[in-house]
Design a protein around this ligand. Structure first.
Ligand code: UTP
Length: 289
């Protein structure tokens, strides 16, 4: 029997330098894909996977995310007065129950590992999920739900993985695994941003994880890794050998919305995937071809 995954951490304190100038005063996680901000996709995905506690690791200039998950009295009253019930439903349906979202500040963007460490007191030692909102996955079953299902079989820790072109391994956390083509790859090593020639495989971790709470004891050392940042991958690597640890080739397509091209592709793909947007999107695409 595995412990049920009830808590998820959303690291949202990064500076989003690859998306400047858009992200100078606006959080990257509030960029919209079709008609929803990235952070809403992530929270909805977590809800669909049974998450009950939503922990945002946030920073300066990120208040609009807190407002997005709060009531907007003025907007509610106006929509009610105008009889716009479907819009009203849309802005209230995605809100987790009061008190379910907690916020903690990272203070300095020292790296993803440091951001996750900031949530330690809210997680304790239970296994938990992490969702990076700038990684968006289009698919039939929400990516985190797939991870939870895999975790229920294997226990330990499970991360979502996908193949990347070999000349791009130096952008990702890469797996060393004896079975890289299996759907569930056993992890025997993890390397952050290896040079293509040094990469043990082309299987890369994306921003969806289920990790054992013991990862915090490794994050506590605040060791700097690739790029001078406190890397989550380095702390995860210390879990290898202490428990089952797998990479799941998830079903779906991942978009890195932290880049301008990934975000544009996501807008097109998500728009085409929506019955109410498809025809209009095709018409627009044809216009600019
Ligand atoms: P990224 O490395 O993509 O985010 O981290 P970034 O640093 O904001 O982006 P660039 O590279 O400058 O363009 C993935 C996730 O981790 C969060 C980010 O907000 C993003 O959701 N993050 C990253 C933190 O919360 N704190 C950090 O110190 C770094």
């Amino acid at each position: 029997m595995t412990v049920r995954i009830k808590k998820a951490v959303f690291p949202v304190a990064g500076l989003g330098t690859r998306f400047l100038p858009a992200t100078k005063a606006m959080p990257k996680e509030m960029l919209t894909v079709v008609d929803k901000p990235l952070i809403q996709y992530a929270v909805e995905e977590a809800m669909a996977a049974g998450i009950e506690d939503f922990i945002f690791v946030t920073g300066r200039g990120k208040q609009s995310m807190e407002d997005h998950f709060d009531l907007s009295y003025e907007l509610n009253a106006t929509l009610e007065r105008r009889g716009k019930t479907s819009e009203l439903d849309q802005i209230n349906a995605f809100l987790p129950p009061p008190g379910a979202i907690k916020y903690v500040r990272q203070r300095e963007a020292l790296g993803l590992g440091h951001a996750i460490w900031c949530a330690r007191d809210m997680i304790g030692d239970e296994p938990f999920a992490i969702l990076s909102p700038d990684d968006l996955v289009l698919g039939n079953v929400p990516c985190l739900k797939q991870l939870v299902q895999a975790y229920e079989q294997t226990g330990g820790s499970v991360v979502a993985v996908m193949d990347v072109p070999r000349d791009q391994t130096d952008r990702y956390g890469i797996l060393d695994t004896p079975n890289p083509t299996d759907q569930l790859a056993e992890i025997r090593g993890l390397i952050e941003k290896p040079k293509p020639a040094d990469a043990p495989s082309t299987l890369s971790i994306i921003g969806r994880y289920i990790l054992d709470g013991s990862v915090f004891s490794h994050l506590e050392r605040h060791e700097k890794g690739a790029g001078g940042e406190i890397q989550l991958t380095d702390a995860m690597a210390k879990l290898i050998g202490t428990q089952p640890f797998h990479g799941l080739r998830f079903d779906g397509e991942r978009f890195d919305c932290g880049t301008k091209e990934g975000w544009l592709a996501a807008n097109i793909a998500f728009s085409l995937a929506r019955a109410d947007r498809r025809a209009l999107t095709e018409e627009i695409l044809a216009r600019y071809r």
